[in-house]
Ligand binder design. Structure first.
Ligand code: TMP
Length: 230
């Protein structure tokens, strides 16, 4: 496909969404044709599924959860991701199929075979070209999600899972990264956000350049070499 598909993964509170925003702003400042999207909730129907899935008041059965994340993804792949990639866009998605493997597989305990089958059905084999895994200890990420939910009336249902759930999810993500080192890059997010952003650019800019999408790091100074817009 003409476009490029980059996913952002990590446990809750890992800082991936902030980094996605920073990168999208940077790439757009370089003329990039960027689509920012997310799972769950990257389509109108997906937004309703997201609300149902994350409502802390609702007892959602693990099987329902697995299937609804897959339903959200099926809609997202067909209505948003494939058309955007066919149109040549740089697609940045806040979570995708690896999240189901980590959360519903390792977190809830569904077998890797079942999860893979359902992921395959929903995605029709669409895989990210690059996955950035934002990694932080469970203690640090839990402190962040606690601070974040203080202002809210009620937290997200999955945020409030016990530490051992998040530990399994984190380990599963690291295991997925180990299995596919050519697709994954692990980025530690315990430092200042600006530093993490620099590390993200150090990965993504050469990746886009290698695919013929040149980007200049800084706004072009007068007389400096101009790069082709994305
Ligand atoms: P977010 O807070 O990163 O938007 O993600 C919402 C929650 O949904 C988060 O706790 C992770 C969870 N999730 C799954 O459990 N399985 C999935 O397949 C996806 C996409 C998200």
């Amino acid at each position: 496909m003409a476009g490029t598909f980059i996913t952002f993964e990590g446990i809750d509170g890992s800082g991936k969404s902030t980094q996605l925003r920073f990168l999208a702003n940077f790439l757009r400042s370089q003329g990039g044709n960027v689509l920012v999207t997310r799972e769950p909730g990257g389509t109108p129907v997906g937004l309703r599924l997201r609300a149902a899935l994350l409502d802390a008041q609702e007892q959602v059965d693990p099987l329902t959860e697995l299937l609804v994340f897959a339903a959200d993804r099926a809609q997202h792949v067909r209505r948003v991701l494939r058309p955007a990639l066919e149109a040549g866009q740089i697609v940045l998605s806040d979570r995708y199929a690896d999240a189901t493997k980590a959360y519903q597989g390792a977190g809830r305990g569904f077998s890797p075979e079942l999860v893979s089958e359902i992921v395959e059905l929903a995605t029709e084999g669409l895989k990210p070209d690059l996955t950035l895994l934002f990694d932080l200890s469970v203690a640090e990420s839990s402190a962040r999600t606690r601070r974040r939910s203080e202002g809210k009336q009620r937290g997200d249902r999955l945020d409030s899972e016990a530490a051992d759930f998040h530990t399994r999810v984190r380990e599963a993500y690291l295991g997925l990264a180990e299995k596919e080192p050519e697709r994954f890059r692990i980025i530690a997010t315990n430092g200042p956000v600006e530093e993490t952003h620099e590390r993200v650019k150090d990965i993504v800019v050469p990746f886009l350049e290698a695919r013929g999408l040149m980007v200049s790091r800084e706004p072009a100074a007068a007389g400096s070499r101009q790069t082709r817009p994305l």
